[in-house]
Design a protein around this ligand. Structure first.
Ligand SMILES: [Zn+2]
Length: 163
């Protein structure tokens, strides 16, 4: 979706940003996945979640047992408050497109929440260590919830030890 039908940018910097923001397997995402894996966390990558009968939502990293969907948002595409920039050419196009992306993020969050999923959004600019910690913390939090099976609690403790 994001990679198709945009007017070709004139600035080399923007081209570089867009090349770094391909739909799957962007570098921050790959680095985070290997860090999570090294820490013993098991997940599905680039996984489609069925939120209702006719709609699926793709998340970057999915923990099915905990029902946690993790997104690694690109600073350019998702308008990071620190690094979000707008190309100078085709300004109207980009303003609308980036605003639409942010709006869609909100819709995705809401749909996932309705379907009983937790959503964790990370920025691509976050360090791998910090991102990894945030994922582990959220997983531990979910697993500690009352009503979880004892097996999950044991897992949470080992994750807590790693933190
Ligand atoms: Zn950023």
């Amino acid at each position: 979706m994001e990679s198709s039908h945009y007017p070709h940018p004139t600035s080399e910097a923007v081209t570089a940003v867009m090349k770094g923001n391909r739909k799957t397997d962007t570098r921050p995402e790959v680095a985070l996945r290997s860090a999570l894996h090294r820490s013993g966390m098991r997940f599905r990558k680039d996984h489609s979640l069925k939120v209702d009968a006719d709609r699926a939502i793709r998340a970057d990293i999915v923990f099915p047992t905990e029902k946690l969907a993790v997104f690694v948002d690109g600073c350019f595409w998702h308008k990071c408050p620190q690094h979000g920039t707008q190309p100078r050419s085709n300004r109207n196009y980009w303003t609308a497109k980036l605003a639409r992306n942010v709006e869609r993020d909100g819709e995705v969050n809401a749909r996932l929440a309705e379907a009983g999923w937790e959503v964790l959004r990370l920025w691509e600019h976050e360090s791998v260590a910090e991102a990894c910690k945030r994922v582990a913390r959220r997983l531990a939090h979910i697993r500690r919830r009352p009503g979880r099976a004892p097996g999950f609690v044991r897992d949470a403790e080992s994750v807590g030890g790693w933190l």
